[in-house]
Design a protein around this ligand. Structure first.
Ligand code: NAG
Ligand code: NAG
Length: 423
């Protein structure tokens, strides 16, 4: 009989060790992505949300290393019951060193009738509602009586210049997930957690479709004219997606700019796990889903150092539509992967004009400044001037002696050597 007390380190500890190695794979000098313009990038990160250790001590140190085995069984010790007893707010994890969970808000107006309040309570790690052995990062938006409670994360780095970002996600509704306990009232004075009214958690066979009226975004952002977007509207059919480089609207002519935005009907649905990818090169923007390219643009490719943003929101305006009071939309995320270059100078990203949607049908430009004014920004982002990524940010081009690919690898998150001239 094997004694119950094990001297083998737990998987959690092993994963922690792996993660320290994989933050930037030391064997790789650069990272190559698949595609017609196989650019190479100097930095690489992969955060995997599928195994959050339930032990608070380990959870604190956990930095979301890749698990490998994409989509397969996740092996972990302990019984097969739900992993987490209580969801963990993302802001309380190490992820928050690199991505900042937002808490700014924006008032209502005639064009965006519903006040929008970003809440840290809406970004958490919880059990995968359909799997006993996995956790997910979940972003949530809820329509309350007088505002939408929304979710947004932004990279701490604002000096990203060209990247390939991939997010494996699915959107859903209903009350299938274990939600975080309410910790106090939101800025608006209302509970943010109305989607689970003390009832028992029903473990579903399938997830409910998300109600309409919300928008999920994955984008690079410098300002509203230097931005590259993936957007999903929950009012659309579940295979429809929107790609754009900004600006996509000509306010003087009051019409869409040709070539700026594309509506694509995908062969897959975003209500199932799908991997969304945006490549930002110097002359091209490329959009992919599950390894297949669906759009390519040369119009208005951003050229400013930028940050990356993932959000889920609704403001009752023309773009998102409106959610019914009490409705909740969730975006589950299994992992986020980025390969990127960074400049040494911090980007001068304006906080006065956050992308909080350039609405599609403005009548004139004069409205815009007012519409986008922030309503107070209690947690001003630090003016990160590019020190955060340490040694990798040197402006002097390095040789790329060891190149690794990140696509078509055996396990997502584990780059594989393509060439090695290091010896
Ligand atoms: C919103 O969209 C509707 C229908 O597309 C349009 O008639 C209306 O003018 C738009 N509203 C604004 C404020 O642009
Ligand atoms: C990333 O930076 C390196 C070094 O400056 C450069 O050679 C490479 O082309 C850059 N990649 C992209 C996609 O811009």
């Amino acid at each position: 009989m094997i004694p119950h007390v094990s001297i083998i380190p737990t998987l959690s500890i092993i994963l922690t060790i792996i993660s320290q190695v994989y933050a930037n794979d030391p064997k790789c000098d650069c990272y190559i992505v698949s595609g017609p313009e196989p650019g190479y990038f100097q930095n690489y990160r992969f955060w995997d949300f599928r195994y959050m250790p339930p032990e608070p001590k380990l959870a604190k140190e956990y930095d979301f290393p890749p698990l490998g085995n994409d989509g397969d069984t996740i092996k972990h010790d302990g019984d097969a019951g739900p992993l987490l007893k209580t969801p963990v707010l993302l802001k309380d994890t190490k992820f928050a060193n690199e991505w900042v969970v937002q808490s700014w808000s924006r008032g209502s107006s005639s064009l965006f009738p519903i006040r929008l309040v970003n809440s840290e309570q809406n970004v958490f790690i919880t059990n995968d509602p359909l799997r006993k052995d996995a956790t997910n990062l979940v972003m949530r938006t809820t329509r309350l009586e007088d505002h939408s409670s929304t979710a947004e994360i932004e990279t701490q780095s604002r000096n990203i210049l060209h990247c390939s970002i991939r997010v494996k996600l699915r959107l859903f509704g209903g009350d299938a997930i274990l939600q975080p306990p309410i910790s106090g009232k939101s800025t608006s004075g209302q509970d943010e957690n109305e989607c689970q009214e003390g009832g028992e958690l029903v473990e579903p066979e399938v997830l409910a479709s998300p109600p309409g009226g919300a928008c999920a975004g994955i984008f690079t952002y410098y300002d509203t004219a230097s931005e590259s977007d993936i957007e999903i509207l929950t009012s659309d059919p579940p295979n429809r997606i929107h790609y754009a480089n900004q600006p996509d609207y000509d306010f003087a002519k009051d019409e869409m700019i040709p070539g700026a935005s594309t509506v694509v009907d995908l062969p897959v649905q975003w209500t199932s796990w799908t991997t969304h990818r945006l490549d930002w090169f110097s002359k091209d923007s490329l959009w992919w889903v599950d390894g297949i390219m669906h759009d390519r643009k040369t119009y208005s490719v951003p050229y400013h150092p930028s940050m990356l943003v993932i959000n889920l929101w609704s403001d009752g305006g023309n773009w998102t539509g409106n959610m019914a009071v009490g409705d909740c939309v969730y975006m589950g995320i299994e992992w986020i992967e980025i390969a990127y270059n960074a400049t040494t100078d911090g980007a001068d990203i304006s906080d006065e004009l956050p992308n909080r949607r350039h609405p599609n049908h403005f009548l004139n430009t004069a409205n815009i400044a007012n519409e986008f004014a922030r309503e107070g920004d209690p947690e001003k982002l630090s003016d990160n001037s590019g020190e955060s990524d340490g040694k990798e940010e040197t402006a002097v081009p390095r040789e790329c002696r060891v190149a690794c690919r990140i696509d078509d690898v055996q396990h997502n998150g584990f780059p594989e050597v393509v060439w090695d001239y290091s010896t």
